[in-house]
Design a protein around this ligand. Structure first.
Ligand SMILES: [Zn+2]
Length: 338
């Protein structure tokens, strides 16, 4: 692998026709074959955009996922949807559907990520990073009930679901899996057992592992008013993953310096493109951010990403941002003599 490999965090900007097709899907106008064809065409478009931009390690684009994790609850048994507490005005976290646990929580047919991966695998020859939501993130919209006395018991069952999904991904050829735990960044300090739970979720998973921790992105907004990794950084040492994927660009590259106190065996997948900013940065902007990171991170341990997934960003802007990411990486690679 060359120096400073580029990748993405997960979701790609949805084509306009996918938004239209989703409306038609919700109105019951699509059959199973139509949905399958939609998924295939949309995934192909996401992969082509990434390949043409020159991204080294691509993702499936997560074209059929709904609001990051909300779609996964369709695959989970033992829960029922509740009314969102707010329905008027700007959609945000309080307009998302919460769920009540009413029985044993399980996903007998998985979370649908294996199908997503298999499809992408058949459509590209590039290396793919598979992306799986972490147990803490899946726990957040669930209201305790159904015989569960505490969140730890519920978490243990979610850990099983994530672990089974990861093992199934490896069985169909995934060799790089990223666990997405934005919520541990969003509620920094409130999950002291964070590494333990994530490590149990990836136990026995024989693939390169990454963990993504960010500050949330719903309708283009972060969750928290205070956004720093101070409480999260100590627990990163314990993670059984060779790469940690973090958000920097949206915060003016704040905290890049913390990395110098970090174990040298892990790679940093650094966010050098701001997915929340509407305007695309230039390759020169991205190169400047990379140079700042290289003051604290060895070049052979640095991967380059956008801050987070792109599903909230218009696809035409995503293409510009991907081009800037690749150009920035190329500029700095040249300076490093690579
Ligand atoms: Zn994120």
């Amino acid at each position: 692998m060359m120096l400073l490999p580029t990748s993405v965090v997960g979701s790609h900007g949805l084509p306009g026709w996918v938004w239209l097709a989703r409306e038609a899907m919700e109105a019951g106008r699509l059959g199973a074959v139509d949905v399958r064809e939609l998924m295939e065409d949309a995934t192909q478009a996401a992969l082509l955009d990434q390949e043409r931009a020159g991204i080294d390690v691509v993702t499936t684009g997560e074209m059929m996922r709904v609001r990051f994790i909300v779609g996964f609850y369709d695959f989970i048994q033992g829960i029922r949807p509740l009314e969102p507490p707010r329905k008027l005005g700007q959609p945000l976290w309080d307009t998302n559907t919460p769920f009540e646990v009413v029985g044993k929580v399980s996903a007998p047919h998985g979370l649908g990520i294996v199908d997503e991966f298999k499809l992408a695998r058949s459509l590209t020859t590039r290396r793919i990073k598979a992306t799986v939501p972490g147990p803490y993130t899946l726990l957040v919209p669930l209201k305790l009930g159904g015989g569960y006395k505490d969140k730890d018991t519920l978490l243990a069952d979610l850990v099983q679901i994530v672990n089974a999904e990861c093992r199934a991904l490896v069985a169909v050829g995934a060799d790089f899996i990223q666990i997405d735990e934005p919520h541990s960044g969003m509620y920094a300090g409130s999950v002291p057992q964070f590494a333990k739970g994530v490590n149990r979720a990836v136990a026995g998973v024989e693939a390169k592992l990454a963990v993504h921790i960010c500050f949330g992105n719903l309708y283009g907004r972060p969750f928290s008013a205070v956004r720093d990794y101070r409480n999260v950084f100590p627990t990163l040492h314990e993670l059984a993953a060779s790469q940690v994927v973090l958000e920097f660009a949206n915060r003016g590259m704040e905290e890049a310096g913390r990395w110098k106190d970090f174990p040298k065996d892990k790679e940093l997948g650094a966010g050098v493109v701001d997915v929340k900013a509407f305007k695309a940065e230039t390759g020169v902007d991205v190169a400047e951010r990379i140079r700042g990171l290289l003051k604290h991170v060895r070049p052979d341990k640095l991967w380059l990403n956008p801050d987070c997934g792109f599903w909230e960003t218009p696809r035409w802007v995503v293409k510009q941002k991907l081009a800037a990411l690749v150009e920035g990486a190329q500029l700095v690679r040249k300076e490093l003599g690579g």
